[in-house]
Write a protein that binds this ligand. Structure first.
Ligand code: C5P
Length: 308
């Protein structure tokens, strides 16, 4: 029975941070702040990280067993802690909580793993530090953390405007199964937008606008990474109702109306160079239930529980 060294007795808190896919992503221009003006439809999926928060007597600290996860200011959980601490007017460095991050959402995949963790951390740390924040205050802090962080305070299906941070909840769509395919490389978000700009400058004709659900970042990314195009074609060949890159990539998803067909497609894809996962879309109510701290989706833990 281990608790983090230097931890005080007291209950811990567990919270699930669910990934997203972008059902569509349209870029309508460049903003004065350097960001791009977006119209995107976010969709929560069942794939999730788990964050466990333990009270402690020392400095705020992150732990993660998976390799390659930064445990300092580069991590949005760390940033969420620093931002919230400052906004509460507390002095010095944040203290009193150890966060264990159990990562399952692949990084640099366009699945919002870092942003989901950041939003979950804001909610959980407010609780751990004994403060109640209004929805508005929470959304404001989330937008400061990153453009797609505010979505994770809402979940389900939602429209994102502006930088992607002006969120309005949409009616739940039909349940579907997403086959997620990950090539062996990630794509930094800023790079995908730079490629979009570079291609837009070179383009003489307007970009092909197929429908409101297409992803404007897809073509510039496929040009640099033709493998993404191969994955899209493969998913379509396997019967996906829709196949698209998620956000700025590199993950590609294929949507299937039923689990069996999604499973068959995933099996057909498995064993190659690509990592394949099957995930389900979540309604907003499911999202709220599953990501509630200490609720059925993230049970309250006692310090008597094992950390690993
Ligand atoms: O806000 P966040 O740090 O997640 O954004 C990462 C990068 O993605 C930004 O620095 C910017 O280069 C790009 N971006 C953009 N327009 C958006 C969202 C992100 O250009 N609406």
């Amino acid at each position: 029975m281990n608790t983090p060294s230097g931890s005080a007795a007291g209950p811990g808190l567990s919270i699930r941070a669910h990934a997203k896919i972008n059902l569509g992503l349209r870029v309508s221009g460049r903003r004065a702040d350097g960001y791009h003006e977006l119209r995107t439809v976010f969709q929560s999926i069942s794939l999730h990280d788990t964050l466990i928060f333990w009270p402690c007597d020392g400095a705020f600290e992150l732990r993660c067993r998976e390799a390659g996860v930064p445990l300092d200011h580069r991590n949005l959980v760390w940033k969420a802690g620093a931002l919230l601490w400052d906004s509460l007017g507390r002095t010095g460095d944040p203290r009193g909580v150890v966060v264990e991050i159990r990562k399952r959402i692949p990084p640099q995949a366009g699945l919002g793993g870092g942003s989901a963790d950041g939003a979950a951390a804001l909610v959980a740390l407010a609780r751990m530090w004994g403060v109640t924040l209004s929805e508005h205050a929470l959304a404001h802090l989330a937008a400061e953390l990153g453009a797609d962080v505010p979505f994770f305070l809402v979940g389900g299906t939602a429209l994102g405007l502006g930088r992607g941070d002006e969120i309005s909840a949409q009616a739940d769509g039909p349940r579907s199964w997403a086959v997620l395919v990950l090539p062996g490389f990630g794509i930094p978000t800023s790079e995908a937008f730079e490629w979009y700009d570079a291609d837009a400058t070179a383009r003489t004709l307007p970009s092909p606008r197929v429908d409101n659900l297409s992803n404007d970042l897809e073509a510039p990314v496929v040009r640099r990474h033709p493998e993404i195009g191969e994955i899209l074609a493969t998913l379509r060949g396997l019967g996906a109702a829709r196949a698209s890159m998620s956000g700025s990539g590199s993950a590609v998803f294929g949507l299937f109306a039923d689990r069996q067909n999604a499973g068959r497609a995933a099996e057909a894809l498995a064993g190659g160079l690509w990592r394949v996962m099957v995930s389900r879309t979540l309604t907003r109510a499911e999202y709220a239930r599953r990501s509630a701290p200490g609720g059925p989706g993230g049970s309250a833990l006692s310090t008597g529980g094992s950390l690993v």
